[in-house]
Design a protein around this ligand. Sequence first.
Ligand code: SF4
Length: 290
Amino acid sequence: MYFCVINIAAMRQELAISFKITNWCNLNCAHCCECSNCHCAPNFMPLEKFDNYLSESRTLPFIPNELFCIGGGEAMAPYMHKNPNYIPCALDLVYSYKYVPTIKTNGTWGQDETLRKKILSDISAKAYKYEKLVTLDISVDEFHNNLDGVAKIIRDIMGSSELCYAIRFCLVGFNTSGSIKALNCLQQKLQESGFNIQKTLANDWMIDAPNADCGIYVCNDYTSNIYDLGRAKQTKVYNCEYGTGLIKTTDCLQIDNEDNAILNYLYREKINKRPLNEVFNSLMQQQEHR
Ligand code: SF4
């Protein structure tokens, strides 16, 4: 049988992979654990490198988490810098390597109707092409003045069956009263627009659109302390099969647009054209010898 030939002892635990495609962000949050802001150069990881690193990620000795994260800075930044093909091309690559994409964003682009429609149309087109959902991982907390933009994104998705079947979103903040207040405020805005929101036992949301037969499941991740970089980690994974959020602890490998590989937001090495396998093993050793 397939499982018999795998040397389980030699395998690592599950690993979540993310690419930080840029350090540029349209916001300038003081607490930013990515050290991103609007003063950083709007450089993006070249798509050729994106492709190569994805290819190499498939050779690493771990159990791959199928969710792959495109982050920043602001992951939608290419749209704001006259590079509207970047995210669609990146999604083509992510899907072609059999990952399911999550895009981390502050959602402020939701305020710009033209941009919002373009982005939602682009990403849903890729979800249909590859028959797998795209997830938007949106910050909703006390630091991002983005509730109006996020509400518009959610209203557009819920208002279109085409978008509704292609895009999921996960709301992410801290385990602080400020973050919970922002989440409640968003809930109130959506309810005032006619959406029915029910909380699940895991404190996630089921949102029903007015006059729609089906709802959408929204994963809420508000478990991270503000000081431990927890928010940057992928801790809660949407489970398509059971429709519930699961708390999972996985190792996380981030590759940034300056060719650094970073393990669990703590151990960092320049890749320097070395095979990703070699860099990953070296990072794991650093972690084990800590
Ligand atoms: S929106 Fe996110 S990436 Fe941008 S500065 Fe704020 S915390 Fe950093």
